[in-house]
Write a protein that binds this ligand. Sequence first.
Ligand code: NAD
Ligand code: TDX
Length: 343
Amino acid sequence: MENKIILITGGAGFIGSNFIKYINRHYADYKIINFDKLTYAGNLNNLVGLEDTPNYTFMKGDVAVAKDVKNVFEQYLPNFVVNFAAESHVDKSILDPTIFLETNIIGTQNMLNYAREHNVEKFIQISTDEVYGSVKIKNRCSENSHIMPNNPYAASKAAADHLVRVAYRMYNQNVNIIRSCNNFGPFQFPEKFVPIVINNAIQNKKIPIYGDGLHIRNWIYVEDACRAIDLVLHEAEAGEIFNIGTEIFHSNLDLVKIILSELEKSENLIEFVEDRKGHDRCYSTNYQKIRNMLNWRVETNFEIAMKETINWYKNHHDWLAEIQSGEYTKYNEQIEKRNLLET
Ligand code: NAD
Ligand code: TDX
């Protein structure tokens, strides 16, 4: 494979950091640029070990600030862009949508503009099954289904998808959109359901379940999602949209019971709390297109991957403690200072 420069935004977050490590493992010749604002969810601790790799560079910047985006494109002239950068937490978007519109919508448009100006070969937008809104489990949404988001986060991601599609229609930009179901795995920020459940259970703390707990989510191990992104990046035709899903559907209550049983903890830890406003009952997509066109398959067994994820959190108490104490912010600052000295 030819040497390529790949610009990954949001690479200090959960999926982005897993994807950077995936690319580093599979494409040793690629130069990886991680462009991240380091919000509360961005953590350079997720990439420990990579700082000293010559083909990896971190650059702090905000996708919503055109000047920052211009700088990273001018400095590194990427061949590929994978846009993970986003405000990603639904509950936060309900409290205050503004930053979601800035990062997820303006940010995506800025990335598209400079990608076009610099003749980027392929632009991948990381989107979500949430854009389709709530559906019955059997009514699987295809890539052509109606977009019907039900919270500010999902609406901002839907708006970004439209802008990416427009870039293809108007300018024939080589873009793809990937709409994934819920990811789980190592390095997921402990505001999301799976890490909350695991970490609270480990610490014998109550586990908050919104509403009646019968809301259904479709789960994918992050490594399977990374492989799908790799395939779309390298093999998909311009303008195509791909759902990524699995056959693993669980109600939130059942998922908690699975994790509690694995940890040999009592179900008495479960606490039903006030429901999320507009809480989507179920997401369900048809992902035959990526199976048929790109031959993508889930390779991970859910039970094994969940056990590994639980063990990862058990063995990375320091990672969590730093986040919870705010220490990781200081670490990020140290790395930034070092990068400034080096450039
Ligand atoms: P995350 O919150 O863990 O990470 C987001 C990263 O983006 C962080 O490193 C953060 O610092 C960075 N970021 C935020 N605002 C930025 C800005 N303005 N400029 C530059 N960087 C910025 O999120 P995640 O769970 O890893 O999700 C990554 C992407 O995948 C998002 O686009 C999300 O919508 C999408 N997605 C996530 C899931 C999931 O289950 N986690 C499912 C489907 C789609
Ligand atoms: O404390 C909780 N209790 C609870 O019952 C939390 C944080 C969540 N929940 C429920 C809400 C959802 O039904 O668990 C389910 C999963 O919640 P999140 O982890 O917040 O994920 P979700 O809202 O489904 O959105 C996720 O998947 C789609 C990601 O956060 C998005 O970025 C992605 O696009």
